[in-house]
Design a protein. Structure first.
Length: 282
């Protein structure tokens, strides 16, 4: 059995995707999300990490893609929950309202809970994940951890018990960073690709906490995977086909539209198009 694929990018509103993806000449009624949804069947919302989104914004997304039956949003949890670890009932309610809205419209893939590299495997942190799991128990959850201490059977059993998908990530292998090895903890695999720009990643870590421009902050994601690199990870992805029902492939190497190029290349390698996905032909 071949699982259902949801292939897309982390975010869709990038000015530097013009004209590499979005056309340079745009009419007044041209909409980026509608154009995006004609090419991919899911998107990971990253703006929700930086701000608590207005329900009106989410309503607008749902309205814009109402003619695309299978399009899904995955929503990245606000940094108050994962990096600052300071939140309250109001914070949970604000996030949950939007998730419920998407779920009721059958547009929600799940919520991405991304922790920083410093978040290692220990009792305190597993208890914290369990706390978040309870706060958002109504939704599919994808947890991304970046420290290699999580690569052990006890951690896998922990995620399985909570029915949480442990994200598989690809990024520069620096220090105790996790290597790209798909681990299945429930029926959904969630794969995120951050690029392999080693020098920029090291520089970003060195400048952590310092004021940086938008371009400086995102330079570490400025990377385009080669055909050979994608073929290498595809071999590992195919090994979990019979273990899951859904596979999300999210490209986060967004600068200059690299994420779009690589997401389309993945679809080509899988012999999958949005047309095939939507026609259940594969």
């Amino acid at each position: 059995m071949i699982p259902t694929f949801h292939i897309g990018t982390a975010g869709w509103s990038y000015k530097d995707w013009v004209p590499n993806f979005y056309p340079k000449q745009q009419t007044k009624d041209f909409d980026w999300l509608q154009f995006y949804a004609a090419n991919f069947n899911c998107v990971e919302v990253n703006s929700s990490y930086y701000t608590y989104l207005s329900p009106k914004i989410v309503e607008g997304w749902i309205r814009k893609i109402e003619d695309v039956d299978d399009f899904l949003f995955t929503v990245k949890l606000h940094q108050d929950f994962t990096h600052n670890r300071k939140y309250n009932k109001t914070s949970v309610k604000s996030v949950s309202e939007n998730l419920v809205m998407l779920a009721q419209a059958e547009r929600l893939g799940g919520v991405l809970i991304q922790f920083p590299y410093s978040f290692s495997f220990n009792e305190t942190n597993t208890e914290y994940i369990q706390q978040l799991n309870e706060s958002f128990s109504s939704f599919n959850q994808f947890v991304e951890v970046r420290h290699s201490s999580w690569i052990n059977q006890s951690a896998y059993d922990f995620f399985k018990a909570l029915d949480i998908s442990l994200c598989t990530i690809d990024q520069p292998e620096i220090g105790k960073a996790i290597q790209f090895e798909p681990v299945v903890t429930n029926e959904t695999a969630y794969l995120r690709f951050h690029g392999r720009n080693v020098d920029a990643w090291k520089k970003s870590l060195a400048n952590f906490g310092k004021e940086q421009s938008y371009d400086q902050q995102n330079e570490r994601y400025n990377y385009r995977y080669t055909q050979g690199e994608l073929a290498e990870v595809m071999q590992k992805i195919r090994l979990i086909y019979d273990k899951v029902k859904k596979i999300y492939i999210i490209m986060n190497n967004h600068p200059q539209g690299n994420a779009v190029v690589n997401a389309k290349k993945f679809m080509e390698m899988l012999d999958v198009t949005v047309q095939k996905i939507r026609s259940n032909l594969f």
